[in-house]
Write a protein that binds this ligand. Structure first.
Ligand code: GDD
Ligand code: MN
Length: 382
């Protein structure tokens, strides 16, 4: 661009475009994955609910195949308060919310689902609570006065959600009534203080924020009734509950172990049971012990591979022929891990002849190797 053209652009911007009063005081972050048909209705509802507040909305889309990002862009052509943050090659609800909040310059940010399940009409009441400088966070809650889970959750989901809430209260010392909520508003400056410690892999960003704040935040709640999803389908399943268990353990280790490693470890433990089961079956079928053990090890590696693919790495799960290639590379990784396991155990044993110590050391090194090597060789981030 020539200097003259640049000058012309600047001059035009300064004379008539974007009045300074358009600076938002509230940014609404909406994580999306395949929510195209919900974009327009949600923006209309927000516009209705937020009269008298200078707001903007940022949709954080993980390259949804249904074209959600393009839909947001087209709505944004008609309404300057609407923008899109389009992420390529990445998946994950918590990470999407975090990036959306970081992209905001307003002093207060909210997160709300795209599917109209959260009641946007309580946003002004939530925003009002920030008049009190002691308020850091306001949760839209289904469990407090005036709130209810309504008909938005199946009985099984309701039970899972209650379980998770109980766990969070017990182990993360969280006192809020609905730490699993995906609907909340936070002071941008408070968020900045904890953001570097947050887990980007998970689904339960609010529970993680509450835990990271260490009970020092002023937390308020506003009740609402959970509605039924309008278009598209839920991305939550049993894996999310396990992922949440991973978050609890991650927090209990002071954030030392990432959720992914904990999930990998949980899968590994399940593999021990699979191995024992297959050795038992092999022996029952009159196999020699050595062969029964081989069958057990292969069975365990195989179930470990599929469970990790469905749970630990579900955001980059292998499909089609990639499954076969991944399985073979996982066998190779585990074979090297087994050799390292034995090598380390022997080395430790020759230095300190205590079998339990030596064997555990071997197992830890083998497990770490399997985790790190398979994250590169089998489930490399694209
Ligand atoms: N960017 C992005 N990336 N967005 C995602 C992803 C992802 O990987 N997965 C889900 N989303 C978006 C969905 O498009 C939706 O807008 C929102 O996150 C919530 O996903 P749902 O699939 O609708 O979840 P839910 O209704 O089962 O559960 C939600 O509501 C519960 C009650 O408040 C979640 O917010 C839960 O965390 C919450 O407990
Ligand atoms: Mn939903």
């Amino acid at each position: 661009m020539t200097n003259a053209a640049q000058g012309a652009l600047t001059r035009r911007d300064m004379t008539k475009d974007t009045p300074i009063t358009a600076i938002p005081e509230l940014t609404i972050v909406v994580p999306t994955y395949n929510e195209r048909d919900n974009v327009r209705p949600l923006v209309a509802l927000l516009a209705d609910a937020l009269h008298g507040i200078r707001w903007e909305v940022v949709f954080v889309d993980d390259d949804s195949p249904d074209g959600t990002a393009a839909e947001v862009a087209s709505v944004g052509q008609e309404d300057g308060r609407v923008r899109v943050l389009h992420r390529i090659g990445r998946r994950g609800l918590a990470g999407a919310c975090i990036e959306g909040m970081l992209s905001a310059i307003s002093p207060v940010v909210a997160v709300i689902d795209a599917d109209l399940q959260h009641d946007e009409r309580i946003l002004p009441a939530m925003f009002d609570k920030f008049r009190d400088p002691g308020t850091d966070l306001v949760i839209g809650t289904r469990n407090a006065e005036g709130g209810s889970a309504g008909s938005g959750l199946s009985p099984l989901r309701k039970w899972g959600s209650d379980m998770a809430t109980g766990l969070a209260r017990r182990f993360l010392r969280i006192t809020a009534t609905d730490p699993m909520s995906g609907f909340f508003m936070v002071r941008r400056a408070s968020f900045n203080q904890i953001v570097t410690g947050l887990q980007t892999d998970g689904f339960k960003i609010l529970a993680d924020m509450l835990s990271a704040s260490g009970g020092r935040w002023g937390v308020e709640e506003v009740g609402y009734t959970f509605r039924e999803r309008q278009h598209g389908e839920s991305k939550m399943d049993a894996a999310v509950t396990l992922e949440f268990l991973g978050l609890v353990v991650a927090r209990m280790t002071g954030g030392l172990l990432p959720i992914r490693f904990i999930l990998f470890g949980m899968v590994g433990v399940s593999g021990i049971f699979v191995q024992l089961l297959f050795v038992r079956l092999g022996l029952a079928a009159d196999l020699a012990f050595g062969w029964a053990q081989v069958a057990g090890v292969f069975a365990a590696m195989t179930t470990n591979f599929f469970l990790n693919n469905a749970l630990t790495y579900r955001d980059r799960a292998l499909r089609g022929w990639g499954v076969l290639r991944g399985l073979l590379s996982f066998y190779a990784v585990c074979a090297i891990g087994a050799v390292m396991n034995v090598g380390v155990a022997e080395a430790v044993y020759s230095a300190v002849p205590q079998w339990a110590l030596a064997s555990t050391a071997g197992a830890i090194v083998g497990a770490l190797w399997n985790f790190v090597a398979s994250s590169f060789a089998t489930w490399r981030a694209r």
